[in-house]
Design a protein around this ligand. Structure first.
Ligand code: PMT
Length: 421
């Protein structure tokens, strides 16, 4: 095996087309956590599983996919890319990619990079157990090992196709750990890189609130808590102590999170005030708080109208704005970094910027909740983040990706603000 280069930090992640491609997104994030400079190359079939935009957002670099793309070649051509890499890490590696590498074919960007690089090559195969066991694949595996390729062996278990056997790609965290060990990144450095919120207390509001009309009915909205819970998970992974003030949602509590269940906006405000008055470093308001509640909640179930108009008139009163109230408190042990969200259906960015100022926030992440593929209830989101003027930071666009990936990117932005002098 080649000697590790201690100052090396360039990982060229190659994503080929398999269902495990989504795991590579998490891998890229973990590698970035370790401080690696990551560039991503994708085959055409990988792009059927996950978009280049996700990898662009995660790696912070343009994604390469074509050998004959004049624009890409003008930027960093395939030979430069092969030279840039301190490691070529193919995750997932399909049976087809293994066969091409074993044969020395060079008919696309990925196979050409394999021949053109001097860097160590790591392959994390992922495929159906029968394909993995096939004689041809095992022959190619043997050839690649003889050629000095390091194989991150697949594990056994249930596969996406329903089969049970060997062929599952190792978990991204474990691959990243092995790569960090290969480059001899010290435990101290790993801990620092991976835990940028160590010693910090983050308070998060999540989910909807529920405002009673009578003992059986209420006003609420479509929030499921997915976004807030993903942020809570990301904060724990980043080393923070996390308090999650959750409206009525059916999600399990993420590991390591202190959860406070509330129902109404007034309860959420009360729990938030109590928590921040004890002292916290960051307050993140992802909750979709009902802006109004019923002025006079009926003690008994309201009976169907018997009048001619067949209408029921409810008188509403405004709820307090939780995040704005917290941001304007002057008697806190310390002012937390205030992060808001904005859910809009029109003029999304304009309204978000107004809320950033009027609610006295440091940062606001806005999403377009008129879209059915992101926002409420979806597993994905796409956001634009605006920063308070004092930070002099350009808005950040986070392209559509899973809420877990978006959560990680928001943590990066928060850490960036906390590290401001
Ligand atoms: O929960 P999911 O299904 O995953 O959906 C995620 C989400 C769409 C709810 C989330 O991404 C999101 O956009 N959350 C903010 C929802 C919202 O109420 O936005 P808003 O624009 O109405 O409020 C702006 C900010 O003020 C928010 O940070 C909100 O938490 C806060 N607010 C609003 C009203 C109020 N009375 N008190 C508040 O603190």
């Amino acid at each position: 095996m080649p000697q590790p280069n201690l100052s090396a930090r360039h990982i060229l992640v190659v994503v080929t087309g398999g269902i495990a491609a989504y795991k590579s997104a998490i891998l890229v994030r973990r590698l970035k956590d370790y401080g690696f400079d990551v560039r991503v190359v994708m085959t055409a079939s990988a792009q059927q599983f996950i978009t280049p935009l996700t990898f662009q957002a995660l790696s912070g670099n343009a994604v390469h996919s074509d050998l004959l793309d004049a624009d890409a070649e003008a930027g960093m051509g395939h030979i430069e890319l092969a030279r840039w890499a301190d490691m070529l890490l193919v995750t997932p590696a399909t049976a087809n990619t293994m066969a091409k590498f074993a044969q020395g074919l060079a008919d696309d960007l990925v196979s050409t990079l394999y021949l053109a690089t001097k860097a160590p090559v790591w392959l994390a195969p992922a495929m159906n157990q029968q394909m993995w066991a096939a004689k041809a694949t095992q022959r190619n595996l043997e050839q690649l090992q003889k050629d000095g390729v390091h194989i991150v062996m697949p594990t056994a278990g249930e596969q996406a196709c329903g089969d049970i056997g060997v062929g599952r790609m190792l978990e991204p965290e474990q691959i990243a750990e092995q790569v960090a060990e290969f480059f001899q990144i010290s435990q101290k450095e790993k801990n620092y890189q991976r835990k940028p919120l160590a010693g910090k207390h983050v308070v998060i509001t999540a989910g909807p609130t529920r405002e009673a009309i009578d003992p059986v009915r209420y006003l609420s909205n479509h929030s499921t808590g997915k976004m807030g819970f993903a942020i809570a998970t990301a904060c724990v992974q980043a080393g923070a102590k996390v308090s999650l003030i959750a409206g009525p949602v059916s999600l399990p509590t993420p590991d390591g999170v202190e959860r406070i269940n509330v129902l109404t906006a007034l309860e959420m405000l009360d729990a938030s005030e109590k928590m921040v008055k004890k002292g916290c470093d960051v307050f993140i308001a992802t909750a979709a708080v009902a802006d109004y509640r019923i002025l006079n909640v009926a003690n008994q179930k309201i009976k169907k109208s018997v009048d001619a108009e067949k209408a029921l008139n409810l008188q509403l009163t405004e709820n307090p704005d939780i995040v704005a109230t917290i941001a304007h408190l002057t008697d806190l042990p310390k002012r937390p970094l205030m992060v808001g969200f904005a859910a809009e259906t029109q003029n999304v960015e304009q309204y978000a910027q107004q809320k950033l100022i009027s609610k006295k926030l440091d940062m606001i992440a806005c999403n377009d909740v008129s879209r059915s593929d992101i926002g409420f209830a979806s597993d994905d989101n796409a956001m634009t983040v605006f920063f308070a003027e004092k930070y002099q930071q350009q808005p950040k666009h986070l392209d559509k990706a899973s809420k877990h990936i978006i959560a990680g990117l928001l943590i990066d932005a928060i850490v960036g603000l906390m590290n401001e002098p």
